[in-house]
Ligand binder design. Structure first.
Ligand code: SAM
Ligand code: SF4
Length: 441
């Protein structure tokens, strides 16, 4: 491979979950620390990093078509690096099929991106898909700048092995980052302007560590420690598994005022046979009882979830149980997906394939129920006075957009600035946002 001048500008494009967004930010910080400059448009950049997601179908095809689209009119391409979970799962094949890709780097190895890019510019393509996640965090530069709402990955990987899911294979075994490192990164984020931190992990509530006094602690104690930063107003966490909702974490929703009244707790299905086949450790009933306990300590908490329709063998009656659990919970927000067979997962070889048109129809009914409940939740919020963290300007003159404690988008008109925490009366609700009037800045 011929050598090229080292890239001076870069563009990182992240697909998929919030953890990928976090990884994309850290890659950008790494490249900036090397003296490179971020380009807004990928067409302008010398280096393009595609930070990919492998969770559902067609992920790999999307990467190839993205690589194709990076070809410029004169036939040349920027230096292309493929990162993320597709790189982890299909890196070797990408190297063979896409000669314009010079670097393949998995989610646990991206701290090596700068040296791999330098090698690529010097003419050597390379692949790195090792899994020791701790080395990565230690090698990343200290965080400097942050928007008002920042992500902080506290835990990576997953040992739950839900039978449909590729994450345990692409992100590896569960690891928790050390308590002191997290407090330090949170401090850097707060100093860089963050007023809200969302703690991230594929199984965030499985996070476990030791505090400064050597006590064994979980997410509740970590949130308690972060709440001590006076400038930090809000703490959130996602995504949680029902099996790891500890008593301490439930209680924290009643005792830690900075922990926002919002819980993303995926159930996936409302039917116990399907849940067992998915290797989820909860039943519909145990899930509902768990939510009762959370609501007992924080009655206004907004519940969010993930759903899969058309898991192998799912019958109409079993799908009906999912609609029933939706009615029982009243979700404020939800994400729903058609089952997608992932190579190498146990469910991919299970019988009882659900036809595409049945899945489509179930997804429509499911989403109609979820949309109805989201709108109802927003309507019930009208009349509330709440804090809004201002994130950006709106389209209209003098308009600002921000988030309520329940993670709803709120717009209002008045004097404010990005990063302000203002008080707003919620006066009107739509399916995806609310209008408010500014009470005080
Ligand atoms: N760890 C989280 C949990 O257990 O809820 C979620 C991680 S996953 C990135 C996000 C969501 O993608 C899952 O909750 C599930 O609803 C969906 N998902 C994962 N694998 C899927 C598959 N093979 N087909 C369809 N949806 C899938
Ligand atoms: Fe995937 Fe299940 Fe782990 Fe979530 S808990 S990341 S769905 S294996």
């Amino acid at each position: 491979m011929a050598s090229t001048p080292p890239p001076r500008t870069f563009h990182v494009k992240s697909f998929g979950c919030q953890m990928n967004v976090y990884d994309g930010e850290r890659m950008a910080e790494l490249l900036t620390a090397q003296g490179m400059t971020a380009a807004d448009e990928r067409g302008d950049a010398d280096l393009v990093v595609l930070n990919t997601c492998h969770i559902r179908e067609k992920a790999t095809e999307k990467v190839y078509s993205d690589i194709g689209r990076l070809r410029r009119d004169d036939g040349t391409s920027p230096l292309i690096a493929v990162a993320g979970c597709v790189a982890q799962a299909e890196g070797e094949e990408i190297m063979v099929r896409a000669p314009s890709v010079k670097v393949v780097v998995g989610p646990q190895a991206y701290h090596r991106l700068p040296e791999m890019v330098a090698q690529a510019a010097a003419g050597t393509r390379s692949t790195e898909t090792d899994m020791p996640a701790e080395a990565k965090f230690a090698a990343l530069p200290r965080r400097r700048k942050s928007g008002p709402s920042a992500f902080l990955t506290v835990q990576e990987g997953c040992d739950k092995f839900c039978t449909y899911c590729v994450v345990p294979y692409t992100r590896g075994a569960e690891i928790s980052r050390p308590f002191a490192d997290l407090v330090d990164e949170a401090q850097a984020l707060v100093e860089g302007g963050a007023r809200e931190i969302t703690l991230l992990g594929q199984n965030v509530n499985a996070w476990a560590g030791e505090d400064a006094r050597g006590r064994k602690v979980g997410l509740a104690e970590l949130a308690e420690e972060l709440a001590k930063f006076p400038e930090l107003a809000r703490i959130r966490y996602t995504t949680s598994h029902p099996a790891d909702m500890t008593d301490a974490l439930i209680e924290a929703h009643g005792s830690n005022p900075k922990l926002m009244p919002f819980l993303h707790l995926p159930v996936q299905s409302g039917n116990d046979r399907v849940l067992k086949a998915m290797n989820r450790s909860h039943t519909a009933d145990s899930y509902l009882r768990l939510l009762e306990r959370v609501r007992a300590v924080r009655p206004d908490i907004a519940i969010s979830g993930d759903f899969i329709v058309g898991f192998p063998g799912e019958t109409e009656a079993e799908f009906g149980d999912t609609l029933r659990i939706i009615d029982a919970v009243g979700y404020a927000l939800a994400f729903s997906f058609k089952y997608s067979p992932r190579p190498g997962t146990p469910a991919a070889t299970m019988g009882g394939h659900v036809p595409a048109e049945v899945m489509d129809e179930r997804l429509q009914r499911l989403q109609a129920a979820l949309n109805r409940d989201q709108l109802a939740f927003n309507h019930r919020s009208v009349g509330r006075r709440c804090s809004v963290l201002v994130e950006r300007r709106g389209k209209r003159e003098g308009q600002w957009l921000g988030k309520s404690p329940w993670l709803q988008s709120v717009h209002f008109i008045g004097e404010a600035a990005v990063g302000d925490l203002v008080t707003v009366d919620l006066i009107e609700a739509g399916p995806n946002s609310l209008a408010g009037t500014l009470v005080s800045a």
